[in-house]
Structures are given as C-alpha cells and as structure tokens.
Design a protein around this ligand. Structure first.
Ligand SMILES: CC(=O)CC(=O)SCCNC(=O)CCNC(=O)[C@H](O)C(C)(C)COP(=O)(O)OP(=O)(O)OC[C@H]1O[C@@H](n2cnc3c(N)ncnc32)[C@H](O)[C@@H]1OP(=O)(O)O
Length: 430
C-alpha cells in the first residue's frame, strides 16, 4: 500500500463499478431516457454486490444534458431501482467532470465518516436532448400562465409574433465564445503542434486496446444486454491508420484542421456507477475493495480571454495534486486520461514535457516530464468506448480499480477535461 493511502484516517474503498454498454447517439438508445439508463446501471450494481433492498448511504451523480423533468434525476433513478427507497441521492454537475466529481463527493464523505457506503456515477444522452422553446416564446407563455382574465390571456396570445416561435436546441458550443469544443481544441492542437498522424495513432491504439479488453473478458462487468447491446457500439476493432487518414477534418480551419470524426469522441449515450465504502462496511458485507480513491483536484483556466486552451485545465490540476502528495508524474503505474479528443490528451502530455509551460504557467523549476505511454489508457478510452459526458468518470474509475486489483498494488492517475475550461483529476491506489 502506498503512503498517501495509508496515512488517511479513513479510506474510501472502491468496491467496483459497472455501466451499460455505451452507444453512439441516435442509435441503439435513441429512445432511452437518462433515468432508464441510470436505473439499469444502479440495478446492475445492486445485483452484482447483493444490494437489492439495501439502504446505501447516498447516491451522487448527474447528467450534463437534462430535461426539466429530470431536476431530481438521481433520486428518481434510485426510486426506480432495486436499492432501498430510503437511499438518499444528490444531483451534481460539472460538465464532463460530473462522474468523477460525484465519486469524489462520495469518497470524501466516506473519509470524513459521514457515509459508510455510497455510489457515484452519471448518465447522458444526446439522442434524447432537452429541446427548449425560444426565450421570447417562453417568456410569453409564462405571462400567459400568469394572466388572470380571459382578456389578459388574449392580449398575451395576440402579442406573440411568428418570429417569437422557435426552438433552443442544445449545442456543443461554449456560450462565451460560441466556438464548439472541437473548434477550441483544434486551436490548442495547433498551439502544441499536435499532428494529424499523432492523433490518429492515439485513436487506433484506443480502439485496439478496447477491442483486446473485450477479447480477454475484461469487460465482463457490463450490464448486458441493454436494449440489445452487448458491447460499446462505437468500437472498431479493425481501426487502422489508413482508414483514419481518409477522414475529412471536422473542426478547425486551415492548418488547425487536423481533427476528424475518427480522432474525436463521438456523441454517445450511456450510464455508469461505482460503489464506494469504508473498509468496515466492505468487511461487514463480505466485499473486497479493488482499490482506494485517494484524492482529487479541480482546476479552471481562462479560455475566454484566450489565456489558455479550453480543455487544458487538467494540465494545471495534476501538478497541484502531485505536490499535495509529494509525487512526480512518473510515480504511476497507470494513466487514465479521458480522450475527449486525441489532441486533448497529446496537448496535455506536451505541456507537461514543456520547460516553458511548466515554468511560466505552472511555476515549476523543471518540467513534469514525459510519461511511459505503454501505461496510458491500456484498456482503451473515450475515443473507442464513446463519451456519454457524465458517465465517463464512472467508466474510468471502475476500470482503474480493476487494473489496480489485477496488478495487486500500484497507483493510477486520472484526468478528465470539462467544458467551461475546467478539469477534474484524481489519484487511486491499491
Ligand atoms: C463535454 C466536456 O465537458 C468535455 C469534453 O469531453 S469535450 C468533448 C465533447 N464531445 C464532443 O465535442 C463531441 C465531438 N464529436 C462530434 O461532434 C461528432 O461525433 C463529430 C462532428 C466529430 C462527427 O460527427 P458525424 O459526422 O455525425 O460522425 P459519423 O457520421 O459517425 O462519422 C463520420 C464518418 O467518419 C467515419 N468514422 C468515424 N470514426 C471512424 C473511425 N474510428 N475509423 C474509421 N472511420 C470512422 C464514419 O464511418 C463516417 O463515415 P461515413 O460518412 O462514410 O459514414
């Protein structure tokens, strides 16, 4: 057991996690709701760990895209599940950091003695996205609802102009810059001189690693079949550099146009959940922890004024976490870096290797240095599995816990970039 895990007064044990297979949007789960997917995932966890009818301390989770009916999404999912109805639940949201933050929330409460057991996770669907009506029409409808007389109601109705009638469809854009996340990242990739070839190579490795993990039975903890799916349907086991080289760029312009549908995550639907507990609770339930959730850090960057790339916050969060634990970037057996885009991973790694970035932006005397790339996303990551925003953190933590358990002992670094210029990172150990 590594020092930082041992020194905690109470540890947050990761008992295990699961997820439904992830599906490309508008496909297998086109008619599935967030609640249906999260409930199925919670039921999967309950069945696997004998939690049916059991009161869990708290379930934390969320979705990035929510309908107004989903204001209490996690609690409603718990009520629909086989967990005891007395299980409390909370909704959290930090864009793609949601799942990892939910797990961090539960882990911290366990460490503080506020919880003995908890579940952290998340769900998202871009197929069942919440389409709203235009702002003007919405305001008129509120006036209509508040009108006290028929005359007032008719007056409001008469004031509605054809131009007021419209839809507000959620987009992948940053509200303050109006650029999509892909277009933002294309600029960052150019800044760090990340080539199309290097991005495609990372994408192929992700597909091959995930395909191998299925072949070797690693993904035996998925909740299957779910709506007919047995495995992530974005996975292309036959992915190759030649096939990826044929794809046209979809983000960025001119020399920034290096990102394609193949080296960017697809829009995805899915859910994940992870069971955490104190050592005592695990013992009482005859469950053996796979690993421990040691600590987490969050950072934000000023992308609005162009001071930093939108998805570069993990590059800042990781050194803070390393400093708190007296660790170097090389002190890890596994690196799980969420592949929002291949170039996001590569820009982050390049920044840590850069003496200028590390000195001027991180205030370090020496660069953090490079990582052993054979330890990176060894069972594939979001490029291959897909990225249902809030569900990615749970996928990564559950996978990392299994990796550490299989190895017997070791330490892993997790990094997840998020919209709004934020990043959530964590350390796990066994
Ligand atoms: C949210 C946060 O907080 C932080 C983050 O994570 S940031 C990341 C958030 N996520 C995103 O921004 C999603 C980005 N992705 C997208 O918007 C879309 O998937 C996209 C614009 C990149 C592509 O959309 P699309 O064009 O509908 O994709 P799709 O039709 O599936 O693929 C286009 C072509 O590429 C091909 N293709 C895709 N992946 C491939 C691969 N790995 N190998 C070979 N071919 C591939 C497809 O077969 C398809 O070919 P055809 O046109 O011949 O059918």
């Amino acid at each position: 057991m590594a020092d930082s895990a041992r020194s905690s007064v109470r540890r947050a044990a990761v008992i295990g996690g699961n997820r439904i297979p992830f599906a490309r949007s508008n496909g297998a789960y086109a008619t599935a709701s967030n609640q249906e997917m999260l409930t199925a995932t919670l039921d999967g966890l309950a069945a696997r760990f004998g939690l049916e009818g059991e009161r869990i301390g708290e379930v934390a989770g969320g979705a990035v895209l929510k309908h107004s009916r989903d204001f209490n999404l996690v609690r409603e999912s718990v009520l629909g599940s086989k967990l005891a109805p007395e299980t409390a639940a909370v909704d959290l949201q930090q864009a793609c950091g949601t799942g990892l933050q939910a797990i961090n929330y539960v882990a911290n409460k366990i460490k503080l003695g506020q919880l003995e057991s908890g579940i952290g996770g998340g769900v998202d669907t871009t197929s069942d996205a919440p389409i709203a009506i235009s702002e003007k029409l919405r305001k008129k409808l509120i006036q209509l609802n508040n009108a006290r007389s028929t005359k007032d109601r008719l007056a409001v109705l008469a004031s509605i102009r054809p131009g007021d009638i419209g839809l507000a469809i959620p987009s992948n854009g940053e509200p303050r810059t109006r650029l999509s996340m892909g277009d933002h990242q294309a600029l960052t990739a150019l800044e760090w001189q990340i080539t199309r070839e290097a991005q495609d190579e990372l994408a192929v490795t992700s597909h091959h690693n995930l395909a191998r993990s299925y072949d070797e039975g690693w993904q035996d903890d998925l909740v299957t079949p779910f709506r007919g799916l047995e495995r992530d349907n974005n996975l292309r086991a036959d992915s190759s550099l030649e096939k990826l080289a044929k794809l046209k760029p979809v983000f960025g312009k001119g020399e920034a146009a290096t990102m394609t549908a193949g080296n960017s995550t697809p829009l995805t639907d899915g859910a994940s959940a992870v069971l955490l507990a104190s050592d005592e609770w695990a013992d009482e339930h005859g469950l053996t922890p796979l690993a421990y959730f040691v600590d987490s850090e969050v950072a934000a960057v000023d992308f609005v004024n162009g001071h930093e790339g939108l998805l570069m916050a993990p590059a800042y969060a990781v050194p803070r976490l390393l400093a708190r634990h007296g660790l170097t970037l090389q002190d890890f057996d596994y690196y799980e870096i969420h592949e929002a885009f291949a170039s996001q991973v590569l820009s982050t790694l390049a920044a840590w290797e850069s003496p200028v970035f590390c000195k001027e932006r991180l205030g370090l005397d020496a660069p953090l240095g490079s990582i052993d790339r054979s330890k990176l996303n060894v069972k594939g990551s979001s490029l291959a599995a897909g990225h249902p925003f809030a569900a990615t953190g749970g996928r990564i933590v559950a996978n990392t816990a299994k990796l550490l358990a299989a190895k017997g002992s070791g330490r892993a670094l997790i990094s997840v970039c998020a919209a709004g210029g934020q990043g959530v990172v964590a350390i796990m150990e066994r």
